[in-house]
Design a protein around this ligand. Structure first.
Ligand code: ATP
Ligand code: MG
Length: 470
């Protein structure tokens, strides 16, 4: 922790100096003021973590000063020093937002116990706030890379939903399309951001444990329930619960969840009392929920309830426009993490990535870049940085001298119809050669007979075509 700063506002010189001296011994930055105005001036120059404020001051009333300090520096804690005969002042000070009070006369040791406690509180508050700010940066909207029209639209939708009153949001999409990320971004950009974000995967626990994890249980509800336990629904009060893999939620819990969504109420396992909490449910699934409904595995009523605000994250292969930006983002992230000076990616490598169909979506890409970055020695990522399965070139174009080779069409795991590709190339060659077969054959590096054979095979020969152009 940075050196804590304490300001003493006290007119009695003996007390003032003794306190200041003692505080400095404990590594505090201690300053002192003899009047209220001087105190305010000091704070104006540099706000303190903690103020030790005397109740009786020559120029102002301590309680009035307390109010002014609280208003202007709400993060500054105040310990009120009161005469021990005047309990009312102490009570009033606490009501006006003093963190604590110490009644005079006090020993320095006594005061230091209170000061230490206050500084500890202050430190924890700062820490919580810092973590929250980090979280908010980590999950700001711009963390979702979106350049393709589809994704831009989705980010807009998420922005609207985040600040809306929506109590349930359903995220759908293949594995690795960013549902987790979207759930966190939704939370940390909502008015709920300062309340908890709780995350549970419905497949992670057996049914009974999952129920008690979500809804809590009363003491004695089942053999192992020795104590009452609060569930996530209670703990997340005011915040968001992310129910991942909702498609796998057991049917008995689906009923309980539905009731909660409709009435905001639920009971602990073994409980007889309804509890009401305000939480937003963000559910996610990579399964087709509609299909699960028709297969009888998912309650239809729950599906409709969840499906009020559906967000479907498209697979990466449907938004190749996002790929360059994603690559750039991940290169940046891992450059920093691995302390590597990688500045970008070669166009050929990028082309390979854009042609690949990414069955594992963004996660697959992230992992791939991570690995490439680990192996990289700096400079740019190249074709060599990519795994073989990404680039089985179906067609290789050679320049006139026969030197450079460059993959043009890339074969992804989905395969390709070779005959179709061949037909396309033959057609293109004929077009480029304006129907001149010799020229077209040349372009394709085959003989004229081989070309004619293909023209016939693909029905590209006109009836009166003799193979000669006029
Ligand atoms: N649009 C995006 N921009 C930046 N990073 C993304 C984007 N989409 C996903 N990611 C990153 O890709 C990784 C996988 O995403 P995430 O875990 O959110 O996927 P998921 O849809 O929850 O997958 P699963 O169904 O397997 O749980 C994460 O590291 C996430 O931050
Ligand atoms: Mg996920």
């Amino acid at each position: 922790m940075a050196q804590p700063s304490v300001l003493i506002i006290e007119d009695e010189e003996v007390v003032r100096t003794a306190l200041a001296k003692r505080l400095r011994m404990t590594d505090c930055l201690a300053e002192a003021a003899a009047t209220g105005e001087e105190g305010m001036k000091r704070l104006g120059e540099r706000p303190a973590d903690l103020v030790l404020l005397d109740y009786r001051l020559p120029d102002t009333d301590g309680l009035e000063l307390l109010e002014r300090i609280r208003r202007r520096w709400p993060d500054t804690l105040v310990i009120m020093m009161t005469a021990y005969t005047n309990v009312d002042v102490a009570i009033q000070a606490m009501r006006l937002g003093a963190h604590d009070y110490v009644s005079k006369p006090f020993s320095l040791d006594e005061m230091m116990v209170v000061v230490d406690k206050a500084l500890e509180t202050k430190h924890l508050r700062t820490e919580v706030r810092r973590l929250q700010t980090t979280r908010m940066q980590e999950f700001a909207f711009d963390q979702i890379v979106a350049r393709s029209p589809k994704m831009v639209e989705i980010v807009d939708l998420l922005k609207n939903l985040a600040v809306s009153e929506a109590r349930t949001i359903l995220l759908q999409g293949e594995s690795g399309t960013g549902k987790d990320l979207a759930a966190k971004v939704l939370h940390y950009n909502s008015p709920r951001a300062e309340h908890p974000f709780m995350n549970i995967t419905c497949t992670a626990l057996p049914e009974t444990l999952l129920e008690s994890e979500l809804f809590g249980h009363e003491k004695g509800a089942f053999t192992d329930a020795r104590e009452r336990k609060q569930g996530l629904f209670e703990l997340a009060e005011g915040g968001t619960i992310f129910l991942d893999e909702i498609g796998d939620m057991p049917r008995s819990l689906q009923a309980k969840l539905l009731r909660f969504l409709e009435e905001k109420a639920f009971r602990r396992v073994g409980g007889t009392r309804d509890l009401v909490v305000d939480v937003r449910i963000v559910a996610a699934t990579n399964k087709d929920l509609r299909r699960l409904v028709s297969d009888g595995e998912f309650r239809e009523d729950l599906f409709y309830r969840l499906n009020i605000f559906p967000v479907t994250l498209p697979p990466l292969r449907e938004r190749a426009d996002d790929i360059p930006l994603l690559v750039e983002r991940f290169i940046g992230r891992y450059s920093e993490e691995f302390h590597k000076e990688v500045t970008g990616i070669d166009p050929a490598a990028l082309a390979v990535m854009q042609a690949y169909d990414w069955p594992g979506n963004v996660r697959e890409m992230r992992n791939l870049i991570e690995r490439a970055m680990l192996l990289s020695t700096g400079g740019r990522l190249t074709l060599d940085s990519l795994p073989m399965e990404l680039m089985i070139p179906a067609v290789v174009a050679t320049d006139e001298e026969g030197g450079e080779t460059q993959p043009l069409v890339l074969l992804g795991p989905q395969g390709v119809d070779l005959r179709q590709v061949e037909r396309l190339l033959v057609e293109q060659a004929m077009e480029l050669a304006v129907g001149n077969q010799s020229r077209a054959a040349q372009l394709l590096r085959i003989s004229r007979d081989q070309l004619r054979y293909r023209l016939q095979k693909y029905g590209l020969l006109k009836a009166n075509d003799t193979g000669h152009t006029s």
